[in-house]
Design a protein around this ligand. Sequence first.
Ligand SMILES: [Zn+2]
Ligand SMILES: [Zn+2]
Length: 336
Amino acid sequence: MASVKVNRSLCSICGKVPSLSFCVGCERVFCTDHVEQHRLDLSSLLDRIVLEHDQCKQKIIQYTEESKSHPLMKQIDEWEKQSIEKIQQVAVDARKQVLRTFGLFASDAITTMKNLTEELTRAQNNDNFFEKDLRQWMDTLTKVKKELDKPPTISIRKGGSDVPFISKIIINVSDIFDKSAGRISIKDEGKLIVNIGSNGYGTVRSKGEYSTGKHRFRFKIEHTSTHKWNLIGIVSKTTPLQATAYNTLTSFGWIANNFVCLNGKLFANHNGYKSDVDKNDIIELLIDCNQQTIRLTNERTHNTHELTVDIALCPFPWQIQLSLYYSKDRIRLLWR
Ligand SMILES: [Zn+2]
Ligand SMILES: [Zn+2]
């Protein structure tokens, strides 16, 4: 072990007074005055951490008890508000247009009615009207009434459904890796796994747990060695995580060299499986809890392979399990 050379003669703060105290935390020396200051500095840092801790706890309570205050909920509220405003604006514009057109039509109708009033008054006073007049007046009134309800110069139709007027809000829910064992590191907020150090097994598991329904995940093989060794599959949450996923009980998945893993045992060419994973490939994993199957599809080659998972051997909930062996190999979990 390298020895730490410490200048014990001078205080690390004032650099003047001969020092007496040594801090094992930062390996610095202090004079009597400054050792006190150093402890005070550390105490105020602790106070800040306690404050952060309280705020963090408060946030958990707030988001749990009033979910409306969550930033994601606010994003949904904002989308709702903007969509409603957009609808209201279009409705306001449409009403204005109808009123303007109806106004022109109504003034014509008023003129027609004025003329008719005069004719009817004259007819009543002079008593000189016949069937032809009555028919004509009745026709005029029918036409005006009909056109008042449905002015001939306006119609309303709805826009086509090909381009939606209001954009739909889409909530993407993905998964992340949050547990690892062996020579593997989880990066990019749980989306990227990297083999670290020299060659050696490393395994990760997802945070998500699956017991019902269908779940689709896509992985990008960002780097793979010439041997192309990786394992993609599932495992029962009930089984403890270990670095060597390929021999972990309840492991089901696909490996290099045409091997599949069934309950922690390897089988070559099972149901004709041929490994074809290469660098930059995008691999889809479909977990179907209802059918109790998992399916691997290589989007480049379109090769697809399904495994039946014996629920008696591999009880729910299932978790995604990925494993790497070669140094620097890297797989990314994509958002969709
Ligand atoms: Zn000092
Ligand atoms: Zn210190």
